[in-house]
Design a protein around this ligand. Structure first.
Ligand code: IPE
Ligand code: IPE
Ligand code: MG
Length: 247
């Protein structure tokens, strides 16, 4: 049986989040500049979006640029911004044809105007799509998001929209940039680092974590399907005992 048909449809994660890491190392190993790695990374994005669509994943969140990534050399940041603009410009119609709806999370107003404009167009073009929702995390960090939510909630209490007693998990979740999406059941990080790097800290409270040494530009559908198969072999207990959660 091939790896794709081994996946149990009934136990698919609804939402997969990926920390796409290792573009620079992949390029270095090939004697190329880091930018070449970022360009190759786009090929992987295309393949993984297609792979998610093929098996019926509903939400895919890709960590494309973190708040901390603004500290990289200016030439690399500029190249990444240009790459995002040209990729969305090229891919928006293709996404629409494949019924993929594009969404963004992050401090979008920090992005160059042209990038904001292209992203908005991409979202507008794909608005009515009902297949996979592709969420790009751009200029995103979890602490930025959590602090923004805390400020919003403080205002809501001050102006009487809610009372302190009404603040709970669900309310907090609705104040995050991911309010419209379920929490990811599976978080994948490529390229061997075992850390979260300020990604979705609130939402991954009970996600299954999968780490692979494969660099992002080399990550393909078969690697995604392997991660899903691994996820499907796990027992998710949510604090209960094994006996309680066994079907
Ligand atoms: C991930 O690859 C892409 C971004 C963070 C934008 P890196 O650029 O972090 O590649 P490495 O980790 O240096 O190899
Ligand atoms: C995390 O990768 C951010 C993205 C994948 C966009 P980094 O390469 O920036 O993470 P650190 O700095 O090694 O933790
Ligand atoms: Mg990295």
């Amino acid at each position: 049986m091939d790896i794709k048909s081994a996946i149990q449809q009934a136990a698919l994660p609804e939402h997969i989040a990926i920390i796409m890491d290792g573009n620079g190392r992949w390029a270095k190993e090939k004697g190329e500049s880091r930018i070449v790695g970022h360009y190759e990374g786009v090929v992987s994005v295309r393949d993984i979006v297609e792979g998610c669509g093929e098996i019926g994943i509903k939400y895919l969140t890709l960590y494309a640029f973190s708040t901390e990534n603004w500290s990289r050399p200016k030439a690399e940041v500029d190249a990444l911004m240009e790459l995002m603009v040209s990729t969305i410009r090229k891919e928006a119609e293709h996404l629409k044809k494949n019924n993929v709806r594009l969404k963004l999370i992050g401090n979008i107003t920090d992005l160059p105007e042209i990038c904001q404009k292209e992203m908005q167009e991409g979202m507008d073009i794909t608005e009515g799509c009902t297949g996979l929702t592709l969420i790009l995390a751009l200029s995103y960090s979890a602490r930025w998001e959590i602090v923004a939510a805390a400020k919003k909630i403080a205002k809501d209490v001050l102006n009487g929209t809610i009372t302190e007693e009404e603040i709970n998990d669900a309310y907090f979740g609705k104040c995050l940039t991911t309010a419209a999406f379920p929490d990811p059941e599976l978080l994948i990080r490529t390229s061997g680092e075992h850390r979260i790097s300020n990604f979705l800290l609130y939402q991954i409270a009970y996600s299954e974590l999968f780490f692979t040494d494969v660099h992002w530009p080399a990550f393909r559908k078969k690697d995604l399907y392997e991660a899903i198969l691994n996820y499907q072999q796990r027992e998710r207990r949510f604090g209960m005992t094994s006996e309680q959660v066994k079907p």
